[in-house]
Design a protein. Structure first.
Length: 136
């Protein structure tokens, strides 16, 4: 059995289409300028219903992390690092950190988005250590 696959809605479809192209996009309110995640019918700050997706640089910092040692269901490979990523744009996302053992992911670690195809239609944005910052 494979792991569950996200089902795009009318609000999230542009996010998933961008991820499939290798781009991370975030909603930005046209009225107040707030960037937020997850996509909602209205801005969580000013309640405006007018927002658009804008490209994110896809870089951030691990705000919180846990190493998951017991898979939550079929299709998940444990252990894995599940983290809250604080993007440089000020938005937080819950995602996996890949590219190193789960117990080596630390709070404060700089990360960059990394895309992993799940199906032909769904590509997951994950994060990996930001090699560009490590070499700077």
């Amino acid at each position: 059995m494979t792991r569950p696959v996200p089902l795009p809605s009318s609000l999230s479809r542009p996010f998933w289409e961008a991820a499939r192209r290798g781009e991370l996009v975030l909603p930005r309110c046209s009225a107040c300028g707030l960037r937020f995640f997850t996509p909602e019918p209205a801005c969580p700050h000013c309640w405006s219903g007018t927002w658009t997706y804008e490209r994110s640089a896809g870089r951030g910092t691990v705000y919180s992390v846990t190493a998951v040692h017991r898979a939550p269901g079929p299709g998940f490979e444990a252990p894995y690092a599940l983290a809250v990523i604080e993007l440089d744009e000020g938005v937080t996302m819950l995602s996996h950190v890949v590219g190193l053992p789960a117990d080596e992911v630390t709070i404060g670690m700089r990360v960059a988005v990394h895309f992993q195809p799940l199906t032909d239609d769904i590509t997951l944005p994950c994060f990996s250590p930001d090699r560009a910052e490590a070499s700077a």
